[in-house]
Structures are given as C-alpha cells and as structure tokens.
Design a protein. Structure first.
Length: 520
C-alpha cells in the first residue's frame, strides 16, 4: 500500500511555503500558523493534504474559510473524522445533486480515517493479510414478512476459524446462544460476537441436511484462505466453475488458492464461470488484476484492462506537498534515483498514461463464454473494478450480474496518508475500463434479481444466486426484476421476495488499495 507518513508540523511548513508561489488571483494562499497543539497541526495537515491530493480538491474552500482547527474536540480521532466528513461533502455529483461521498449519515461514503493501518486489523474481521482474530462467522437476522417471524442464520464462515473447525457452514440456523434462545436483536448479537473469548451454539444444519448439533467456539487468531471453489455438474456442453472470493487480500495470501482453483477449472474443461463477490468489499488492486488475468482469454493480452486517473494537480506536478515525503523501499530506507538523488512522492508518475494497465493472461483456462457475477450491496471497489474491466469486451465473453441489490458504487481508490498516529484513506483516484466507462457511483444494477439465499451454503446449486446464474448459462433465462422463487424457511414454504435481511458481524475492509509505485 502506498502509505505516506510525515510529522504534522513539517507538512505545515512545506505546504505553506509552496502556497505562496500560487497565483493569488486564482487561489487564496494558505497561511502558515506558527504555533498550535498537536491536534491543531494534525487538523491543518489533513486539510492541506486534501487540498492537493483529494480527488475532488477543486471544490474545497481556502484555509481561512474552511478553518480546520474549528474541528478540534476532546477526542483526536473524532476531530479528524468530523473534518474529513466535511471535506468529503463539498463536491456535488450533478447526476444526483448530492455530494459524491453522500451516505445520509455523518460519514463519507468512501474516505475514512483509522488509528494505525486500517487495511490490517479491522476489529472482528479477517484483515487484508489474511489474518483473523474472532469466532470466524457472520450472522443475519431473516424476517418473513408474511408471518412476522424472525430467524438467525449463519451468513458466512471464515476458513481456518473456530467456527469452521466446529463444522458450522453458511445456512445453519442458530437455535440457542450460550444456552439461551438466540436473540433476533442485531445490537445484542453484535455485542455477543464482540464480547468474551468463548461461545456455545445450538444449530440446525444447513439445507439439504437435517438435524441439529452443538458447537463450542473459541475466539482466536487464524490464517484465512478467502477462496472457495468447485466444478459444477456439466449441463450438455456447458461446464461451469464456481468461485467465491471473500476479499481481495494481499496477493501472497490469495494466489495459492486462486491458482489451485483455476488449475482445476482448466483440467475440467470449464467454459463458464460464476464469480461470487456478494460480500467482497474490495482490497488490493494487484489481486484484482491477477484474478482478471486468470479469467481473461489469451487474446486479450496487451489490451487495456483499466486506467487510474488522479486529480489535475497530481497529474500536472502541482502538488508540492508530496516533495516533503520520502519514497521508501521495502527495506524502509529512502529510495534513490539517478546520481544517488533521494526520491520523494513527487517523483511518482500520476499521469493516466503511466497508470494504464493491460491484460496479461495467467494460467491455462481456455476461453470463457459467460462470466456471471453474484453481488449484493456489499460488493464494492475492487470487486466492481473486476466487473467493469471484463464487461468492456462483450465480443470476448458475456458478463451478467445476478444479485439481491445494486452494488455499493465505489469507482475510486486511495493510498494511505499517515498523520501522527492515524492513517487517512481519502479518495485519490478514479478508475475506468478500456471503453472509458466508469463513474458507477450509484453501483451496478443487477441483470437478474436474486434474494440472498442464506438458507444454503456457497456453491450449492440450489442456492438462489447460483441457481439463477446457472439458469442463464444453461438456458439464457433471466432478466426478472423481482425474485418469485419459493423457499423453505424453518419448514415453512414462503416467497423469496417476502424475506428481509439484517446483517450481523459486518465491518470488513471496503476499498481499493493501490500499493504499486510507478516513477516518472
């Protein structure tokens, strides 16, 4: 991950000295406050970084009008979060007449700030290095609108976790929790998952299995492989491979699983793919690229996969604040250029041409006729970039989207900026495909509607999303705007469209992280 870290006071000095070089008729010079508390200087730094590196920097007012120090409060993190939220609300999307980062809550849709490194160690989830420290499961409260009854189901289980070791799978229904009937209150369930180091569950097995069992879970650390896959039964000449990817974690974590999956797909003669990204909030761009190159036919090698576009200041070398930040190598030492010159982030190439990436076929999987993505409102960022990059080539493959909701809508990415003991991830580049299609801020709509079938495990051909995907692949069926499939919940047959879901145990990483550094 590109991670820029520098003392707040140094940022103030560099930024202020560069501001006076600007045309005063076009931009109000940024003053250099000579004194201030540590928090005040951090608030100044956040504003100054945004003023030069934020994707929508051009909408920000001058320093005096914005007054970053006015956000100072008793809590440092809250102060910086409130400032970042205000920064994110200036630029208006003309298609919606609302800010690009509007959510309806007091937080930006894309940008965020955390203590330390947010991509590593989000509480209660597996991080982007594949390390988990929890029970290893997410839950969902399912309400049947036709009866008003509520049930708690397991929505996912992390491989390698205590839950996985205990034999719990997606689709199991929880009957009791720690000896008492399970609560259907999401706050109570979240508290139970967060508190304590152990938990006892009584569960009903996922369909089509029958019976109940008890699982005693222990919270602990584990290494997670985010890849689930299987070759599905052939239907005539159609051989379909199913791939579920929980997150785009570091390539070193996910590559072994992806390589094994696609080796088996190739050996089985797979010519259609179902890629399940319904809970995948994104991650590393390099991992998305690797997956796209495994899917793409060899004929796309050398063709544009996607382009990253930074703001005008970065592209035209008018972000002098970057000259103060050393460009470090993997050894933690500052990198050097020709003649031994010490490099900074001002030496990075932010041009679109320098950040255009092309397909380079990986693996031996042959030509794929159809790629069907299963999505939800949690499908974001690098997941959406995967869809957008492949759908630019309809003459090579047909891309369809099956799901319960429009995807999240995050065509932007970031590199981490260190301010004191915090890391800021603010929107810094946007991406488009080979046809210059992007700006999916409202998300991708589904082609085929499918209620998230938490009653069955991933890869079960009767699971609603996979069932709809296979129907399209095998018969061309699809295009319904509503889901009228009948499902059996706790022994009662009901219409899928009458079920509503409230997720429990969310909080996974949501974003698109660029860690490669291309020099000018």
């Amino acid at each position: 991950m590109r991670k820029l870290r520098i003392a707040a006071l140094c940022v103030m000095v560099v930024a202020a000295s560069s501001a006076c070089k600007k045309d005063s008729k076009k931009d109000t010079p940024t003053p250099n406050p000579p004194t201030g508390t540590r928090l005040q200087l951090s608030l100044d730094s956040l504003y100054l970084y945004a003023k030069e590196t934020y994707l929508w920097y051009d909408a920000l007012p001058d320093y005096n009008t914005f007054n970053p120090r006015s956000f100072a409060d008793a809590d440092e993190l809250t102060s910086l979060q409130n400032e970042l939220y205000q920064i994110s609300q200036y630029k208006i999307n003309p298609k919606t007449t609302k800010p690009y980062e509007y959510t309806g809550a007091n937080r930006p849709k894309y940008s965020f700030i955390e203590k330390g490194n947010a991509a590593q160690g989000i509480k209660g989830t597996v991080d982007l290095d594949g390390q988990g420290n929890d029970f290893g499961l997410g839950l969902v409260v399912v309400t049947d609108a036709s009866t008003g009854l509520k049930y708690v189901y397991v929505r996912y289980v992390e491989k390698g976790s205590s839950a996985a070791t205990a034999g719990i799978t997606r689709g199991c229904r929880i009957i009791t929790m720690n000896g008492a009937p399970v609560s259907t209150n999401t706050s109570t369930l979240n508290s139970t998952l967060d508190a304590g180091g152990s938990m006892s569950l009584s569960l009903q097995k996922a369909a089509p299995a029958v019976g109940t069992f008890t699982a005693n879970l222990t919270k602990g650390t584990y290494t997670n492989d985010p890849v689930i896959y299987k070759v599905l039964p052939a239907n005539g000449t159609n051989i379909t491979g199913y791939l579920n990817l929980a997150r785009f974690s570091q390539l070193s974590n996910v590559q072994p699983g992806l390589d094994k999956a696609f080796q088996d797909f190739s050996a089985a003669g797979v010519n259609n793919l179902v890629v399940d990204l319904r809970y995948n909030g994104g991650g590393y761009v390099a991992t998305f690229e690797y997956l796209a190159n495994l899917i793409a036919p060899a004929s796309l090698t050398g063709q544009v996969m996607y382009k990253e576009t930074f703001n005008t200041l970065l592209q035209t070398n008018k972000a002098p604040i970057l000259a103060s930040i050393p460009l470090l190598g993997a050894d933690g030492k500052q990198r050097t250029g020709s003649g031994g010159r010490l490099l900074t982030y001002a030496d990075v190439d932010y041009s679109t041409a320098g950040n255009t990436y092309k397909f380079s076929k990986k693996g031996n999987l042959g030509t794929i006729k159809n790629v069907v993505f299963i999505v939800s409102g949690n499908t974001a960022s690098a997941s959406e970039l995967t869809i957008n990059s492949l759908k630019a080539y309809p003459n090579q493959m047909t891309v369809k989207i099956v799901g319960s909701a429009t995807t999240y809508g995050k065509p932007v990415g970031f590199f981490g900026i260190g301010i004191d003991k915090f890391t800021v991830y603010m929107s810094q580049f946007t991406s488009v495909n080979a046809n210059n299609e992007g700006e999916y801020y409202a998300g991708f709509p589904v082609d085929i509607s499918s209620t998230d079938d938490v009653l069955r495990d991933f890869g079960d051909v009767e699971e609603n999303g996979l069932l709809k995907a296979l129907a399209f692949i095998n018969t061309g069926a699809g295009g319904r705007t509503t889901d009228d499939r009948l499902m059996t919940i706790n022994g009662r047959v009901t219409n899928a469209s009458s079920l509503t879901m409230q997720n429990v145990g969310d909080g996974g990483f949501n974003g698109m992280v660029e860690e490669r550094i291309n020099l000018k």
